[in-house]
Unconditional design. Structure first.
Length: 325
């Protein structure tokens, strides 16, 4: 039965990939490096596992890094590029200043380069690392079609196009649809907040000055507000908060129960209750104990991983992920 489910899931992903193939002309495909660098995926998996074993919290950070990469210029590894004297790159844009885990990507790239110089892109490595890191903490595992090439442009100001933690449902839906993702994908991928942490500064306005009158966001459970205020003071910029309290180290459906209780950390979490489709998905996962969450997350990650990819002869294969060739 397990084998049959795996085959069915694989066929589903292949169908999704086929749709993108027609659009791109140069398809991403499973096993892309089978002949040119057959050990690539195993090397990335081993390198990722070594880091996640020592620091499991990096899994959430690496998943977030892929999301931030794909939503700006597509999944082209542009978030990995360092700034120069002439250009401030994405990673130095304000929404990306809290990104971490770049050392994992660099280590994987170094290991792959030692085996197959100039073959495997940083964009592909980032996609593999994010998947392998989440699976390492017992989260879902999804097929990653490969063949992405690396972008040569990275602009800090473009990071402001990322979905913001204070975004409302109308803004979130528009941003996801603009990337070829559905409203259901919005609800599913928001579930990535089941792992990870944020800073008190991210919710300070929501707690202390929501409309500029010293008030609190009314969409937040009033019984939960005193707990948050005991942890976070108005000017606190260092204290960390779990995005899924009590379950922030486990990749599970508990996030949806938190949102349904109006205890989602961000306004963008609370916003999921303001749309018929996303609200229905939140209630489904919360009440069914995540019956379809892993399967849905797998499918949405495959879709997200194909946003705006560079293939064929477009872009380059970077020698170092932080530096344009």
């Amino acid at each position: 039965m397990a084998i049959q489910k795996h085959i069915a899931l694989l066929l589903q992903f292949l169908l999704v990939a086929l749709v993108f193939d027609v659009a791109n002309g140069y398809p991403l495909k499973l096993g892309f490096y089978q002949k040119t660098c057959p050990r690539a995926e195993a090397i990335v998996k081993r390198t990722t596992a070594n880091y996640i074993y020592r620091a499991p919290s990096l899994a959430a950070a690496l998943l977030r890094m892929q999301f931030h990469d794909c939503f700006v210029r597509g999944c082209d590894g542009s978030v990995l590029i360092n700034s120069t004297r002439k250009n401030q790159a994405e990673k130095d844009g304000i929404p990306n200043l809290s990104l971490r885990g770049f050392q994992v990507i660099d280590a994987a790239k170094t290991a792959v380069e030692a085996a197959c110089p100039g073959v495997v892109s940083c964009a592909d490595i980032l996609s593999l690392v994010a998947r392998d890191a989440i699976h390492q903490i017992k989260g879902p595992y999804w097929p990653v079609p490969l063949g992405r090439r690396d972008g040569r442009v990275s602009i800090a100001s473009e990071s402001f196009t990322l979905p913001a933690p204070f975004a409302n449902i109308t803004q979130l839906k528009a941003q996801f649809v603009s990337k070829g993702l559905s409203v259901k994908d919005l609800a599913v991928l928001s579930g990535g907040h089941t792992v990870g942490i944020s800073h008190c500064s991210t919710i300070a306005t929501r707690l202390y000055n929501f409309t500029g009158k010293g008030d609190t966001d009314p969409s937040l459970d009033p019984r939960y507000v005193p707990q948050l205020k005991r942890i976070c003071f108005p000017t606190d910029k260092t204290t960390l908060l779990a995005m899924d309290p009590g379950s922030s180290k486990s990749f599970d459906e508990d996030y949806y129960s938190v949102v349904l209780k109006r205890r989602g950390l961000f306004q963008s979490d609370a916003a999921l209750l303001n749309d018929k489709t996303t609200s229905a998905y939140v209630k489904l996962q919360a009440k069914s104990h995540g019956y379809t969450f892993f399967k849905d997350f797998q499918a949405s990650m495959v879709k997200m991983g194909q946003i705006g990819v560079l293939t064929g002869k477009v872009g380059e294969i970077r020698k170092h992920c932080a530096l344009i060739n």
